[in-house]
Design a binder for this molecule. Sequence first.
Ligand code: PGA
Length: 254
Amino acid sequence: MRRKIIAANWKMHKNLDESLALVSEVRGMLRDEFYGNTEVVIIPPFTSLSSVKRLLEGTELMMGAQNCHYEENGAFTGEISANMVKSTGCAYVLVGHSERRQFFNETNDILAKKVKSAIRQELKVIYCCGETLQEREDSSYMKVIEAQISEGLFHLDRKEFSNVVVAYEPVWAIGTGKTATPEMANDMHMFIRKVIANFYSEEIAQNTSILYGGSVKPDNATSLFKCSDIDGGLIGGASLKARDFIEIVKSTHN
Ligand code: PGA
């Protein structure tokens, strides 16, 4: 049975004090009955990880980082390795967010190396994929997604792949207020599951959690999470408001 996951991608928001305030608020509002089978992951900026971790002690909340470098250490000024991420107490790391692909030129090849190094550190990887508006309109999007998945992930063996969560985030829906309709999103999730089944196995595909991301809000979350192949969400803007975020976590049970 695959797990539902709601992950809060804070992006480059919240300094240290603001991070602690937001986590305290979320922790205070989250009650056991909201979790159920849902895993909740908070993904703050690097600068807040260690301090946020202390506030998460004794709760079921997990923590993740937004990125990592593929080398374990070395002369890469300004970079953070998967080993360093792990040492802060993260269970997860995001790899391949479209903003990393777009603004930091991260290719599928680079992302494959990041995935490898994260898995080696026993981190779970939330691997993002998604098409641009142009790719959606010129109908190349299936090919684009298939390449993102196969080139970024299929170097992993079956055991390693069990630590991968996929997040489908159409670029045209991120931060724009435009959400894919639940049918559109579910179709893509089924397609991604088929790509995984063809390469690994149907069983592995059925056990892989596939999250949707892109303008998920309390008022559209239930209709998305009700879909057969949508196993939760990667939440940007709405994760910065404790009440909205809690509503989204709760809606995985509706
Ligand atoms: P959004 O961001 O919810 O603000 O659209 C999602 C993401 O980029 O992960």
